[in-house]
Ligand binder design. Structure first.
Ligand SMILES: [Zn+2]
Length: 130
């Protein structure tokens, strides 16, 4: 499934803040997002296109200020891009369906969950509770 649209189309249907984060690769301030400390059971879908991205089963508490997950729901649900916008190279995570910017993946996640930390902006997600 692909949900690609032009920036002009997205700008019409998204809120200003979601457009800034999802389409212009913005970052929410830490602890500003609504899902940082939410641990309800459910599926986190893309706020732009409703593609299922992360399960609450893989969400873990962190002190970084953004919702963090050990892995995406499937290999196809997200895509990775190399991001050189800061001094250190990071790996950007985007929605596999609509290319919305979601956040970055780091290798300092819990070892028992695979060692990765998908650090995601709350606003790029919608929680569909079980
Ligand atoms: Zn999407």
């Amino acid at each position: 499934m692909s949900n690609k649209k032009s920036d002009e189309e997205w700008e019409k249907i998204l809120s200003d803040e979601l457009f800034y984060v999802a389409r212009q690769k913005g970052t929410q301030p830490p602890f500003a997002g609504k899902y940082t400390d939410v641990f309800d059971d459910g599926t986190y879908v893309c706020a732009c296109c409703d593609e299922p991205l992360f399960s609450s089963d893989t969400k873990f508490p962190t002190h970084c200020g953004w919702p963090s997950f050990a892995k995406p729901i499937s290999q196809k649900s997200v895509s990775e891009h190399i991001d050189n916008s800061l001094d250190t190279q990071r790996t950007e995570i985007v929605c596999g369906s609509c290319d919305a910017h979601l956040g970055h993946v780091f290798d300092d996640g819990p070892e028992e969950m695979g060692g990765l930390r998908y650090c995601i902006n709350s606003i790029s997600l919608k929680l569909i509770k079980k």
